[in-house]
Design a protein around this ligand. Structure first.
Ligand SMILES: Nc1ncnc2c1ncn2[C@@H]1O[C@H](COP(=O)(O)OP(=O)(O)O)[C@@H](O)[C@H]1O
Ligand SMILES: [Mg+2]
Length: 264
C-alpha cells in the first residue's frame, strides 16, 4: 500500500530532480508543438476563408451586378438588389479582415515590420486606442519562426491592452540590430497589481494563456519575455537573439514567397 505511488520508490533526490527536469522539458516541447500546430491551423483557415468563402461571395456580388442590369427599369427591385450588394460587400470585407487577422499575408510576403505596421493601423481603428509606432523599417527578413512569434506577441499584447488596460494610448517599439531584435508594447492604462503580476510570472494556474503562450514562443527562440507593470501602465518586451535562430527557420526560405517588389 505505502509504495503504490511510484515516486516513493525513487529514493535519491537527484533522481527526482532529473525526473522533474525531464517532465518539464517534455511539457515545454508539447506546448511549443501546440503553438506551431495553432499557427499552421490559422494559416490554413486564413487561406480557406480567403480562397473559398471569399471567392463565393465575390461570385455572388457579380451575379447581383448582372441582376441590377436586368432590373434597370424596376426601381423597387433595384433598391432591393442594391441592399443585397451592400450586404455582400460587408461580408467580403469581414471575411477579408478575419482571414488577414488569422494570418496576415504580409507576414510571409514582406515580413514582420510591414505586417506590424498594417496590424497596428487596423487595431487603432478597431479599438479607438491611439498607438504610436516606432518600427525599425528594416527590409531584412528575419527567420520565419521569429517573424511569426513577434507578430503573435504584438497581436496578443495589443489585444490585452484593449481588453484589460482601459488605456487610451499605447506605443510599439521595434528594434532590429545585427544579432538581436527587441519588440516592446507599452500602454498607459491601469496596470496589473504586483500580486497578480507575481502569479502571472510564475508557473501557476493564474498564468493567462496569452502571456504563457507569448513566453513559450519567445523561450523556444532562446529569447526572453519581460512583463513590467505599475499604476502607470504595462510594458511587455520580447528580446530574441538572431544568431541562434538563423539556421532553424521553421519554414525554410524555400517555402517562403520571395519578397515582392510590388509589396508596399
Ligand atoms: N496590458 C494590460 N493591462 C492590464 N492588465 C493586463 C494587461 N495584460 C494582461 N493583463 C492581465 O493579465 C492577465 C493575463 O493575461 P493573458 O495571459 O493574456 O490572459 P487573458 O487575456 O486571456 O486574460 C489578464 O487577465 C489581465 O488581468
Ligand atoms: Mg490575453
Amino acid at each position: 500500500m505505502w509504495n503504490s505511488n511510484p515516486l516513493r520508490a525513487l529514493r535519491a533526490p537527484s533522481e527526482l530532480e532529473t525526473l522533474i527536469r525531464e517532465r518539464t522539458a517534455e511539457l515545454q516541447k508539447l506546448s511549443q508543438r501546440l503553438l506551431t500546430v495553432q499557427d499552421d491551423e490559422r494559416r490554413k483557415l486564413a487561406r480557406d476563408l480567403h480562397d473559398s468563402t471569399g471567392q463565393t461571395l465575390a461570385a455572388l456580388k457579380m451575379s447581383v451586378a448582372l441582376l441590377q442590369v436586368d432590373c434597370k427599369a424596376e426601381p423597387a427591385r433595384l433598391a432591393m438588389l442594391a441592399s443585397v450588394a451592400r450586404l455582400a460587400d460587408q461580408a467580403i470585407a469581414e471575411i477579408r479582415t478575419m482571414s488577414y487577422l488569422l494570418h496576415p499575408p504580409l507576414l510571409d510576403e514582406v515580413g514582420f515590420a510591414c505586417a506590424a505596421e498594417w496590424y497596428i493601423e487596423g487595431f487603432a481603428k478597431r479599438s479607438g486606442i491611439t498607438v504610436t509606432a516606432d518600427i525599425a523599417n528594416s527590409r531584412t527578413r528575419l527567420p520565419g519562426r521569429v517573424e511569426i512569434a513577434l507578430f503573435r506577441v504584438l497581436q496578443e499584447s495589443l489585444t490585452n491592452v484593449h481588453r484589460h488596460a482601459a488605456a487610451s494610448d499605447a506605443s510599439v517599439h521595434f528594434q532590429h540590430k545585427a544579432e538581436v531584435v527587441t519588440l516592446e508594447i507599452k500602454d498607459f492604462g491601469k496596470g496589473i497589481s504586483q500580486e497578480r503580476l507575481r502569479l502571472l510570472q510564475g508557473a501557476s494556474a493564474e498564468t493567462g494563456v496569452g502571456l504563457a503562450g507569448m513566453r513559450e514562443r519567445v523561450r523556444e527562440l532562446n529569447g526572453v519575455l519581460e512583463v513590467e507593470s505599475d499604476i502607470l501602465g504595462t510594458r511587455v518586451r520580447a528580446t530574441v537573439p538572431l544568431n541562434m535562430n538563423a539556421v532553424t527557420s521553421r519554414f525554410g526560405d524555400r517555402d517562403r514567397p520571395a519578397a515582392s517588389a510590388t509589396a508596399q
